[in-house]
Structure formats: C-alpha cells, structure tokens
Write a protein that binds this ligand. Structure first.
Ligand code: CTP
Ligand code: MG
Length: 181
C-alpha cells in the first residue's frame, strides 16, 4: 500500500526529476539572462542556459511518453493501477515547470547574494517540485487533481529531497557536477 504510493509518486515525478539532470549534462552556451545584471548581480547567472533548459524540458517530455508506452505491462506485472498516464499538456507542464522552478530558485539565490553554485538548503531540493506541480495545476487542473492526491503529494515532499541528495552527490562524484547539491 505505502509501496505502491511511493512507486506512483516516483513514476509521476520522473518527467520532473530528470530534466534537471539532463540540463547538467547538456548545459553550456548562452545564459538565459544574456549576462544582464540587476542591482549589480546577475539576474540568473551562467548556470541557467537556453540549451540546458531546452534539452531538459524535451528529455522530460520524451520520458513521459516512454512511461506511457510501458505503463500497461508494468501495471500488469505489479498490480499498481494508480500509475498515471501522461497527457501531452501534463508532460510538458511537469518538465518545463521543473526547469522554471529551478530557474526561479537561481533568481532568488542571486537576489540573496549567493554566487552561482552556492547551496540553499530546502530551496535546492524542492524548487523544481513547486515549479512542476504549480505549472501542472495551471495548465491541466483536471489531470493535476486526479493525479496529485494528498497521499501522493505527501510522498513527493518526503522522497524528493532524498532522491535529490543521492543523485546530486552521485553526479558530483562522477565529475558531472561542480558541487554536490
Ligand atoms: N544547467 C543549464 N540550464 C538550466 C539548469 C542547469 O544549463 N536551466 C546546467 C548548467 O551548466 C549548470 C548545471 O546545469 O551549471 C548545474 O545546474 P544547477 O545546480 O541548477 O546550477 P548552478 O550552476 O549550481 O547555478 P545556481 O547557483 O544558479 O543554481
Ligand atoms: Mg547548483
């Protein structure tokens, strides 16, 4: 019961989890803020690029469509009927929302005087969850309420920071990321 709720929460959030990691691999090129500053500090910084954002978003959408294709056999094998089917608007909103949440966090970090790469505990782990759920709520409220039940949201809030810490430390150890957060 708890196991299937956790599995459902992770399945639902894969299109929101992976874009940030894809952006790390794809990052580089023109920064979104074009180097512009506000009050003497960069609006977003060099860590938020057009290429990273585009590749991250597309990766999330493609993953959602792949999950749709394997859903039937997975439900058959596990009996977890709760696993959602991603509509295209939901897939785009989850992936793009995650990227926008992360971009919003960089904006907040720069305004609070944190350099690129500085950590902001809490914000770093949940910015993309807020972005993904927020954009999904706006874009496709029916899908949002059918999918993000209170139980699923509770699991997401607990499990996401754990997954985030584990994947970022792994990416750091593999030399893919400059900081372990
Ligand atoms: N990245 C990107 N575009 C994004 C998000 C991430 O190109 N929208 C890439 C950048 O190369 C970035 C790396 O992924 O340096 C790591 O992402 P993140 O930790 O979010 O950025 P930081 O460099 O730590 O910058 P910030 O302090 O603004 O979070
Ligand atoms: Mg960072």
């Amino acid at each position: 019961m708890v196991g299937s709720l956790v599995a459902t929460a992770i399945w639902t959030m894969i299109p929101a989890y992976v874009p940030n990691n894809a952006a790390v691999l794809a990052g580089g090129g023109r920064p979104i803020d074009g180097g512009r500053t506000w009050d003497g500090t960069r609006i977003l910084g060099d860590g938020k690029t057009w290429r990273g954002t585009a590749v991250g978003t597309i990766t999330g959408v493609v993953l959602a469509l792949l999950l749709n294709r394997i859903r039937a056999p997975v439900v058959e094998a596990t009996g977890i009927e709760l696993l959602p089917e991603f509509t295209l608007p939901a897939a785009v909103a989850l992936a793009l929302g995650a990227m926008l949440g992360d971009i919003g966090a960089s904006f907040v970090k720069r305004r609070s005087g944190r350099e690129r790469g500085a950590s902001f505990p809490g914000l770093d782990q949940l910015d993309f969850v807020v972005g993904a759920l927020g954009l999904t709520l706006v874009v496709t409220p029916e899908w949002f309420f059918a999918t993000f039940t209170p139980g699923v949201i509770a699991v997401i809030v607990v499990v996401t920071p754990l997954l985030h810490v584990v994947t970022n430390v792994a990416a750091y150890k593999l030399g893919l990321k400059n900081e372990p957060w």
